[in-house]
Write a protein that binds this ligand. Structure first.
Ligand SMILES: Cc1cc2nc3c(=O)[nH]c(=O)nc-3n(C[C@H](O)[C@H](O)[C@H](O)COP(=O)(O)O)c2cc1C
Length: 168
């Protein structure tokens, strides 16, 4: 059974997993999971916000552009293989939900789907977005991370609910 938890109660585990195998961003109908390793949690405009970065070359990018909401899903460690699939295969080519055997459910507070197997999931409403601006970005970062200049779009998701799987 899932229960709602405090907005930043899972901050530490979210950062740990994000910098570890990765966590899963889900957007679109039908929903497509994509592994992310970069993002931030905090307050902007006095609202709790989850910022995620998506390169325009991802299938997820088109889904995010057509969406008003997304979820961020933290999977238990035994889902390492599925997290690998979601970070190396594209929804353009395969149905990753099927390939991973995930069960998807519509969010409690948003229209976006979340992964039932997740230990924790965030439901977010997109309130702002912008493309990284190369003119004001550190040159060393541009050279290291953007050799083909595919600068990320940054999406600001107002966190409207955080839920934990009580079995975890
Ligand atoms: C650990 C890890 C972290 C990743 N982090 C991001 C990220 O933050 N943003 C991004 O655009 N791609 C990231 N990727 C790459 C995408 O997950 C990958 O290109 C994926 O196949 C795209 O799926 P899609 O085409 O279905 O959207 C990451 C991949 C891995 C393995």
């Amino acid at each position: 059974m899932r229960k709602e938890i405090g907005t930043f109660d899972a901050f530490e585990v979210t950062m740990d997993k994000m910098q570890g195998h990765g966590i899963l961003l889900v957007a679109g109908v039908p929903p497509n999971p994509m592994t992310i390793g970069w993002g931030s949690l905090g307050y902007i405009w006095n609202r709790p916000v989850f910022q995620v970065l998506v390169r325009p070359t991802r299938y997820t990018f088109g889904l995010m552009e057509d969406s008003q909401a997304f979820t961020v899903n933290i999977l238990p460690d035994e889902y390492k293989k599925q997290i690998g699939i979601c970070g190396t295969r594209s929804g353009q080519d395969i149905n990753k939900v099927e390939a991973c055997g995930f069960k998807m459910t519509k969010g409690e507070s948003t229209t976006a789907f979340y992964i039932q197997e997740s230990a924790i999931h965030y439901e977010c409403r997109i309130i702002h977005k912008h493309r990284l601006e190369p003119g004001t970005l550190d040159l060393a970062i541009i050279e290291k991370y953007y050799p083909i200049r595919d600068f990320h779009m940054v999406y600001y998701g107002e966190i409207v609910g955080v839920f934990s799987n009580a079995q975890e």
